[in-house]
Design a protein around this ligand. Sequence first.
Ligand SMILES: [Zn+2]
Length: 66
Amino acid sequence: MGRCTNHPDRETTTMCMKHEIYLCEDCLTCRDPEIYCKHRTSCPIWFVHKERRRAERKEREREGKE
Ligand SMILES: [Zn+2]
């Protein structure tokens, strides 16, 4: 358990394994998405980041069709 690096008043269990910083749900974004991270496959932050990117892409595709 730690505190979000951006929100010191929020407690969170999600830690970036690469930077060893805690991030709350609002801040779950991989800081270096272009750089290979050896922890990436087990990193919850990377997982959420990836899911959000996919959702954004889907959103754009839908807008493009209409
Ligand atoms: Zn935060």
